[in-house]
Ligand binder design. Structure first.
Ligand code: PLP
Length: 378
């Protein structure tokens, strides 16, 4: 059987048309009509005035942190339950990372743990420069609770929506809730440009400054003049063409992933494996269907993933929390539980991500569901 991957790219719109146009017009550069077009179309879809197309989501977080002035020695709060791309850029800038636990409903940043972190920061007389809040696995964070806490301390939010293109919170798209939002268009994401990302800027000033840094901080002179350090972070016109084609079929993509989620939900009903809940008011993009093993299940995610791999099916444990990563071992972390217990450690201990690609067939999905149920003895 051909290998079933977790979230492979799925082309289906006019991707080749835009790439061909780029070749025919020789726009083989990190600028051109596809870059401008992709920004315009993504911005219109999400309802964001100044989207800036970049080479990755990590680059978008890096420039956002710089824009918000987070530098050496400054504190940056970040969701602990995430991929390292959420927080690496703070480490590039030598900021001090503080990790915040999840809450059990959405698995995203716990307002309770966030408040504990602010109390601690206030007590020490040093507030964070920014809070990076993740919309994990295509589920929104609880913005009605998170935003007022950050506002109280006047600390801006970077909304890491890398995994949440097309997801909504109470009717609005993820990515619009933070002071700056970011998206990833990496190969495994719901919309891909092979590699790419976007900073969802709210003002022209923000857009211009980040664009300046993203294109090597070139001063407007005929020769190359630099007063600031710059980065090569702009999205290529070829990659942006892929993104434009992908955007044409976003509704179809969202439907396919939702159908996959629903089939897993039905397949695992009343068993020892539970799909991530979709809370009322939250519209998930179902980028990945993530499950948790019941306490009563004897199998571990490691065992299931290893066995599924033998069947040529890629599955993965849930993200290992950042505060458990050796590279961030010196960082402070704040738990949701009154007893100091971390919700995200528990999800990590029991979580398994399942294949959720747009092209996954019903037969493949039945095979996956049946195989997992056999492995857990259900
Ligand atoms: C939650 C999260 N944040 C940030 C990133 C970084 O995005 P990129 O890979 O485009 O740099 C990713 C994924 O790749 C992610 O899943």
């Amino acid at each position: 059987m051909k290998k079933i991957y977790l979230s492979p790219p799925y082309m289906g719109g006019g991707e080749m048309k835009y790439i061909r146009e780029a070749f025919e017009t020789n726009w083989i550069a990190p600028l051109g009509p596809n870059v401008t077009g992709f920004e315009k179309e993504a911005g219109e879809y999400l309802g964001v005035p100044y989207p800036l197309a970049l080479s990755s989501g990590t680059a978008a977080i890096h420039l956002s942190l710089k824009y918000l002035g987070a530098g050496s020695g400054d504190i940056v709060f970040c969701s602990s339950f995430t991929f390292s791309g959420s927080c690496n850029a703070a480490a590039y800038e030598k900021s001090e990372l503080v990790f915040i636990d999840s809450e059990p409903e959405t698995w995203n940043m716990s307002p309770v743990a966030l408040q504990k972190a602010f109390d601690d920061a206030e007590k020490n007389g040093k507030l964070p420069k920014a809070v990076i809040v993740v919309d994990l696995y295509g589920c929104s964070a609880d913005w009605d609770k998170i935003i007022p806490i950050c506002k109280r301390y006047n600390v801006p939010i970077i909304e890491d929506s890398a995994e949440a293109f097309g997801s909504k919170y109470k009717g609005s798209f993820c990515g619009v809730f933070g002071d700056i939002g970011i998206m990833s268009f990496n190969g495994n994401k719901i919309i891909t440009t092979s590699g790419g990302g976007m900073a969802l800027c709210k003002t022209k000033e923000e857009y211009d400054k980040m664009l300046f840094w993203a294109t090597q901080s070139r001063e407007p002179t005929p020769h190359y003049e630099h007063k600031e350090i710059g980065y090569n972070y702009r999205l290529s016109n070829i990659c942006a063409g892929i993104g434009r084609g992908q955007l044409e079929i976003i509704d179809e993509k969202l439907k396919r992933r939702k159908d996959i989620y629903e089939r897993y939900r039905e397949g695992f009903l009343n068993t020892k494996i539970h799909v991530m809940p979709e809370v009322e008011g939250y519209t998930m993009n179902h980028w990945l269907t993530v499950t948790t093993l019941d306490e009563s299940a004897e199998a571990t995610p490691e065992f299931i993933c290893a066995e599924m791999n033998k069947l040529n099916v890629e599955t993965r444990p849930a993200w290992k929390p950042m505060h458990l990563q050796p590279v961030f071992s010196g960082c402070k972390a704040f738990a949701h539980g009154d007893d100091g217990s971390f919700v995200c450690e528990e999800i990590y201990r029991r979580g398994i991500c399942l294949p959720s690609g747009d092209a996954l067939t019903k037969e493949q999905q039945s095979f996956i569901t049946d195989s997992i149920l056999k492995l857990i003895g259900d």
